[in-house]
Design a protein around this ligand. Structure first.
Ligand code: DCP
Ligand code: CA
Ligand code: CA
Length: 348
């Protein structure tokens, strides 16, 4: 079985939960361009805002026309914070499953024979640990999992069997199928296909001729009921974090450091696989009140994965424990500001 997890109105939900008093307001997360006060676009909006027609990608000025000032909050995007929450969710999923790919900042694909039974538990754990809701679809194919998740959004959980999956996909309009864009949809419409169930009418050779071997072959498979399940690749990213849960809430340096050691190993194998060196190191602390804190430092020269960072980690941990008196529930490590081994930076 495959499992597809997508966070609900992700950036806006994070901002909403940061401001418990604002849960009855329209929350618009904005990418301000700075040219004039309102220049820029909407990154995302909560469901209340969607109900008045505000959407991702819309100019902020348009969104303001739809949102009464007294009932709405326009917030600049805080990407580093969202990345941190994303890394936390990633680590929760990694603690529960083995074959997992993070497809975007708020989306994961999982391949696990028992994913059906574990899905509800995972959804609860994400909510408990981050206070955020997500939607999970579980199906015999990854395509089915994605498509059924889209149907039960937000805060949904659904598990379907082969028969239900087939019905869902075959009856779907082509433009609703992830992987089929507007241009392909239009060409297929001109060829006489509106729904997935119309695809078998089109000859495989003809599909390959029009769309090329890859896409044409993919469409032909889809028509014949063989649904794609490749997990894909981890999203492009310019930092790698691994966060883990401590056995118990603690301020014990030894426990914290031994967990960090484990996580460092995981993050470094990621660096090794991609031949990256890094210039920033951060230690992440999630305290008992679920707040996230980061201590970081930069290196003048990029560091290779084999270089020792015990002293640096030690300093960051002691500094944090000195500054903050809370018990720690989860810790993490992050490497960032990469250089490829060839010497070219990937970030700038
Ligand atoms: N995003 C963005 N600009 C876009 C689309 C998305 O900045 N044009 C960002 C903000 C979203 C995040 O990516 O919160 C995830 O995108 P989704 O498409 O999953 O949308 P949401 O999570 O916001 O909403 P939904 O509940 O529909 O998944
Ligand atoms: Ca989402
Ligand atoms: Ca998404």
């Amino acid at each position: 079985m495959y499992l597809h997890i997508d966070m609900d109105y992700f950036f806006a939900q994070i901002e909403e939960k940061r401001r418990p008093m604002a849960s009855d307001k329209i929350i618009v997360v904005c990418v301000f361009s700075g040219r004039t006060e309102d220049s820029g676009v909407v990154s995302t909006v909560n469901y209340l805002g969607r109900s008045v027609g505000i959407k991702s990608g819309m100019p902020i000025a348009f969104a303001k026309k739809r949102a009464p000032p007294a009932d709405s909050i326009f917030i600049p995007m805080d990407r580093p914070y969202y990345n941190e929450i994303s890394a936390q969710i990633d680590s929760i999923i990694r603690e529960n499953f083995e074959k997992i790919v993070q497809a975007s900042v708020d989306e994961w694909n999982v391949d696990d024979p028992k994913s059906g039974e574990k899905a509800a538990e995972l959804k609860n754990e994400i909510l408990r640990e981050t206070n955020l809701t997500c939607t999970i679809g579980v199906a015999p194919s990854l395509l089915g999992a994605k498509m059924v998740a889209a149907k039960v959004k937000p805060n949904g959980l659904i598990i379907i069997n082969e028969e239900e999956e087939k019905k869902l996909i075959e009856n779907s309009a082509l433009e609703k199928v992830p992987g089929i864009g507007p241009k392909t949809t239009e060409t297929l419409r001109l060829m006489g296909a509106e729904k997935v169930s119309d695809l078998p009418k089109l000859d495989r050779l003809r599909l390959v001729e029009v769309f090329g071997r890859k896409m044409g072959g993919w469409l032909s498979e889809l028509g014949s009921g063989r649904y794609p399940s490749e997990l894909g690749e981890d999203k492009d990213q310019d930092e790698i974090s691994r966060i883990g849960t401590l056995k118990e809430k603690t301020r014990d340096q030894y426990m914290i450091k031994s967990k960090l050691k484990e996580l460092e190993k995981e993050a470094k194998s990621w660096l090794i696989e991609r031949k990256k060196s890094y210039r920033t190191l951060a230690i992440i602390f999630i305290t008992e009140d679920l707040k996230t804190h980061t201590k970081s430092l930069s290196f003048r020269n990029p560091k290779g994965w084999s270089e020792d960072i015990e002293k640096e980690k030690e300093t960051l941990v002691s500094e944090f424990l000195f500054e903050n008196q809370m018990e720690i529930r989860r810790v993490g490590i992050r490497f960032g500001n990469f250089m490829d081994l060839g010497g070219q930076t990937t970030l700038f």
